[in-house]
Design a protein. Sequence first.
Length: 217
Amino acid sequence: METERLPLFPLNTVLFPGMVLPLHIFEERYMLLMQRILESDRRFGVLLIRDGHEVGPGAEPYEVGTVAEVTAVVRLENGCMNISTTGSRRFRAVRLYRDQPYLTGDVEYLSERYTRSERLQELQEDVERLSHDYVTMTLTLTDEQRRHVQFPRDPLILSYKVAGLLVAIQPGEAQELLASPTLEHRLLCEAMLLRRELTILRRIGEITEQGGRFSPN
C-alpha cells in the first residue's frame, strides 16, 4: 500500500474529499508548516482531534483523515494567513512524529474502489431522495428561495457531497462517515442520519407553524 510522510493539522472538524475548508493560520508552528508546504506541493493532512485542543499543546487525533490541498492564500500584515483548501485523498496515519514544531506522520492512502450492485443502487437512490428532502426543508425553514437540487451521479462523489451537507451532526459521526470501510457502509450511515435530521427539522417546522419558538435546549 502506498505510504507518504505528511505534515498534519489536527482540527475540531472533519474534512471530506471534495469539501472546501477555509483556515485562519495564526500559531507560529502552523505558519511554519504553511511556509514549508507552500514552497513544495501545497499539501498537508487534516485529522479530527480525538482528545485535546486546536490551540496549545499537541492534540491526540484520530487515525483516518484527508489530504488538504491549498488553493488560495491571503497573507496578512501581522504574518498570519487566511487560506482556502480542498479535500482530496483519504488516508490512515500509521505512525506519528513529534520531532517538528507541528505534527507529521507516515500515512497510507485508502482505497476508494467499489463495485456497482443492486444494493449500491438502492442505497444511492435512498440517499439522493433523503438529501433532496433535507435540503428542501432546510431552505424552507430558513426562508431561502427553493431551487432545483442536483446531486452527483457517481455514488462515491455523492457520499462525500452528502457528508458535507450534514453540518449539524457531531464530529464523531462525521469521522465515522469518513472512515467507513466501504461505500455501501457510508451511504447506509448517511441514510440513517438524514432520517434522523429530517425528523428534527419536521418537528421544528411544526413548532414554527404553531407560532412557537424552537430552542435547542
